[in-house]
Design a protein around this ligand. Sequence first.
Ligand code: KIV
Ligand code: ZN
Length: 556
Amino acid sequence: MKNYNKYKRLYDWKRPNERKWTDKEITKAPIWCSVDLRDGNQALAIPMSLKDKIELFNYLVSIGVKEIEIGFPAANEIEYQFARCLIENDMIPKDVTIQVITQAKKEMIEKTFEALKGARKAIVNYYNSISKKQREVVFRKDKEAIKQIAVIGAKTMVECSNKYSNTEWQFEYSAESFTNTEMDYAIDVINTVLKEWKDKTKLKPIINLPATVECSTPNIFADQIEYICENIKNREDVIISIHTHNDRGTANASAELGLLAGAERVECTLFGNGERTGMSDLVTLALNLYVTGVDPQLDFSQIKKAKFVYESSTNMKVPPRQPYAGELVFTAFSGSHQDAISKGLKYIKDNPNDYWEVPYLPINPEDINRQYEPIIRINSQSGKGGVAFILETEFGYEIPKIMQNEIGNYFKVITEKNEKELSNDEIYSKFSKEYKNRCDTIKIKKYKSKNAGNLTIIDLEYTINGEVKNRTKSGNGPIAAFIELLKDEGYECQVINYIQKSLNENNEKSEVVTYVKIKSKDKYIWGIGQDSDATKAGFKSVTSALNRMIKEEQNI
Ligand code: KIV
Ligand code: ZN
């Protein structure tokens, strides 16, 4: 790609080295303003229907968004009707303020106020573009003429608000293409607009500083915001808002740094829908606050609902790796990640009062009503810990550490052969079939046992290749007696490891699970026995191991 020399850094402004935002932290939620129904909607190939808009509006209200831009009524009849529908049907809760946008043209501002007639409270956001390129190439006007567009807009806003004085108005000025504008000129335009509004507004005016097209790294954006915050007249009487588009893929980062730099309000959309590459994402920004211990003042505890409403109203898709909401974000394929997650979750379970800190899981999926179930998937990349984790968390089998390698290797062979991921149920069924209560050749039916001095005597009914047998044998314990009996049958073996656990209490049946490793004919082999009777579970574990071995020999 040789044409890089046809480009230059679009924004070459450098702030003298006096920035303060670098040492700051975000300690409270900003004022959130959703622009889904305007910036988001105008970026859709097929704009939302009235029904979709109402569904999305109600959803935004339900999660706690208090400022919602509902459209551009002076430019679009459907958006005019939508504003009327919300107002006339009293669909706007008292604590929610609708916002509309308009160009800084007198007649458009007038039509905009008319569209809002009867509203309890509303924000009118008027804008004009002020960057050098837009001034020179698009509008062919000098700095003063462009500033006058903003001034005429500001005056018209005051006139219109006086005309519709039953509504509580809040004014917003958006300096479109702000980030491509010379900062001294931007501050001049903004201060001139504010001068027009001085003492004429009850509510603090909002100055919105958009990265209309993202043109720099987020640190430059933060410098720009801090510069405006420091040079604006009567800073405490103004709300500084940001609106960051995503052309370089860093809209969220810009928004976060913009907040550090002094902005107190963010215009954004669910999942970053917006013109071209979209804009900053309300869900990510809010949950990023949440996971640092800051109340986002929004309720995303049902994240699937956010995804559902967004997808159904916009016809867009939330990508699988979208932070917090994407299908794959709570999935770990890599074995070492699975192992770390399972240890981290166990630690949290044992230390419920600790802060959440689980490797690879920045948020507890349960907090946004996502499940542990899809956290780990088993494919050929998974390690031994992954299968053991699924078996324990989903099915209650606490596989002993010394057996995890065996099980991990068994599943590795299967997944490599199948070249596909295994579902939890497939894992369970393959695990059970291979290891548990196997009775291919030897099958335990009934037993009785009694003690005679130091010995245990067992009476066992069992089958070998379907032939029913009854025998009595003694040993140092029931398992030792059983091993003697098997020896008489020609199945000599030694118990190497014998671990008995109860099936995890979440399971309804209270059963005992025995994990055994035996040595037979110089081979080591594992088996599992499960039964409500602990001794029988022990017998079954040994026969499972032997049956596995016999089967293996038959297959050779
Ligand atoms: O991106 C933008 O500049 C906007 C406005 C606020 C005009 O959407
Ligand atoms: Zn925008």
